[in-house]
Structure formats: C-alpha cells, structure tokens
Write a protein that binds this ligand. Sequence first.
Ligand code: SF4
Ligand code: SF4
Length: 409
Amino acid sequence: MQTTLAPEYQGTPDGLAAQAILRKCVHCGFCSATCPSYQILGDELDSPRGRIYLMKQLLEGQAPTRKTQLHLDRCLTCRNCETTCPSGVDYGQLIDIGRKLVEKKVSRPLPERALRWALKEGLPSPLFPPAMKLGQALRGVLPAALQAKIPPRQDAGIWPTRTHARKVLMLAGCVQPAMSPNINSATARVLDAIGVQTLIAGQAGCCGAVKFHLNDQNGARVQMRANIDAWWPHVEAGVEAILMNASGCGVMVKDYGHLLQDDAVYAVKAQRISALTRDLSEWLPELASALLGKVRVKGQRIIYHPPCTLQHGQKLRGSVEQHLTALGFDIRVARVEPNLCCGSAGTYSVLNPKIAYPLLERKLENLQESRPAVIVSANIGCITHLQSGTATPVRHWVELLDEALSSPH
Ligand code: SF4
Ligand code: SF4
C-alpha cells in the first residue's frame, strides 16, 4: 500500500517505520477472518485492514477523530492478524505507532482518562498486593462481578532452597505474585528438579506492558530501564536465561532491544536482555527430557489455551502440547478456534467489556467442549479472565508439572 507521509511525519522514526509496514499490506483482507474484534462487531473499521486504512489516513495528514481512536482502542493487540497475513505485515508495531500518534491529537473524556490512569498506575504499584489481599479477605461479600475478578487466596508452597551452579533469572511480574503466587514457586521447584536455580532480582518490577499499551510509552520505558538495571549484575554473573512464565511479559521484554534502540545509554544492554529472554515453554524440551520417568501424571483431560502473546506475539506454537504429551499428560488444544483471543488482553477486558466478555464466552464454550477436568494456559491475564467465567479450574501448565513431580512414586 503506497503511503505519502504528511510533512509532519516525513523523516521521523515513527513515520518511516509505519510507511515501511504499510508498503507490505496488499489489502487482501485475509486477516479479517481471524480478527476477534471483527468477529464480534462485524465492522470493517474494527478489522485489521480497516484499522490499517485509518492509520494510513492519519499518516497522510487526515485529522484523527474520537471515532478513529475508538476503532484503534477496540483492537486487542492479539496479533492474530500477523499470523494470518501472507505478506508479513508487522501490524503490532503499526498499531503501537498509530495509537501513540492519535493520542497526541485526540483528547479523551475525563472519566476515560481517570480509568486509564488508575489502571496504568495501580496495577504495577506496590499498593496492588495489599489491595488484592483486602479484596480476597472481603471476597465473600463482594458483588459477583467483582468477585469474579479476584481469585481466592492461594498458597505459594515452598520456594526451593538448594543452590545450583546453573542459574536463571525470572521476572516475578507485577500482578502475578499477588493473584497466583504458586505459579512462580512452581516454576522454581520444577527448575530446581533439573538442577537449575531461579533468581528473582528484587528491584525488577512490571515489564512495562501495562503502561505501554495504555499509551504511556515513556512511563513504560522508565520501567524497562529499571528492570535492565536490576538484571544487569546477574547477566554479568552469567545467568543462562531470563525466564518468563507470563507470555504477556515475555513478548514485552523480548521487545526491549527494539523499543530502546534509540537510547544512547541502554540500547546495547536492552538488546542483550532481549536476546537472553525465553518463555518458560522454550525450556520444555530440556525439562521434558530431564523429567521423563520422574513425573506421576493424573489421568485427567487437560485443555490448553495458548495465549495470543505466546502463539502470535512470540510465534511459539506447539511446544507445551508436544512436550507435556511426551511426559504422559492428556493435553490438547480446543478443536475450534484455538488461535482466537479469550478477550483478556491486559487491561482490555476492563476497558472494553462488551467485546471481551462475548469473546470469553465463545472461548470457554470451545475449551469446554470436551469436558476437561482442568484448563491450562501460560499467562496470568488469560488465566484470571478464563477463571472468571467457569467453575472448571484454570491454571498455569507449570503448576500441573510441579504437582506431577511432587506426587509420591
Ligand atoms: S492479510 Fe496482511 S496484506 Fe492482507 S489486508 Fe491483512 S494485513 Fe494487509
Ligand atoms: S491485533 Fe487482534 S484485534 Fe487487533 S486487528 Fe489484529 S487480529 Fe484484530
């Protein structure tokens, strides 16, 4: 798609990057078939192709409106369209640029600004864990809608105390330790079982995704730099990897190198951090071969929901099903629409419930078609969102692996 940049965007990094991405789009519309917002709303402007047009118009100098902003907001940033696109259009990068440029020109009504501010400052804040504890204590008397967003209190179990020569860093995450602390400790126990020690750098915090996707891109970069500073001594000491057990954080940290490429101080370090970052599932080949014969698997049917940030964002597909099956788990993906977003998408389910909840219902119907005993996923946002709509337990796959390891032989 030929784009003639308006003078204000000519020669700018955003303008040039967007122009190169737009050039690849041949306007075929294949992407619409797998776009969740288009599936729910049926409006061309809520499809990837429609949004690409809106962003092209913006870059060519047409003034964006609230309507432009609304259609860009309704995108879940699931990047399913990237997986479908035969021309390799980097839609994820384009929508980041488009949203940033629109935000500069279109102001939001005060209640919307206030909600977005509360989410971007509240979720990564040190006040979130005590607020979650209070919510959990009052859970029984809260309205059902709020109750569904607060998981019951969970025991994290024991953090392994053995030291090993092999070490990895792990990002604890901002909301995960408060909402589902067993995921991190289960990861550490599973790694301990193969002789790898898990380190958490105390000063590292939110990966930056919450702020970045709420258009506070500078605030997100402050968090990225703080994480790099916290991790750097461990990187220099020779950790093997920076492991992510929340795919939404993983996709962000793998992008630090790109997002800080113009930062004179942090560009090189950011590239090194991204190169070292792995989703936990990328360690499954090693975990599965080391743990073969050491796990006792319950014969229960498990359905796996691969998060969009894993299958579309990080382009990692198939590993969880393949390796857990090799270990004896009865695990499969849904027969229908395994590639479609569950509607969680970070803060999306709070900001766009009219799209997020129909997507959740559709996803749960597909996941529960075969009446599984448990649903597993790989991202805290998806796990919490899915759990809010079903009585079937929803867990991280590493928790099942940890339990199978701890079961007496
Ligand atoms: S599938 Fe790719 S090339 Fe076709 S319209 Fe969508 S983004 Fe453009
Ligand atoms: S990222 Fe997801 S919601 Fe957004 S346009 Fe692409 S497929 Fe649709």
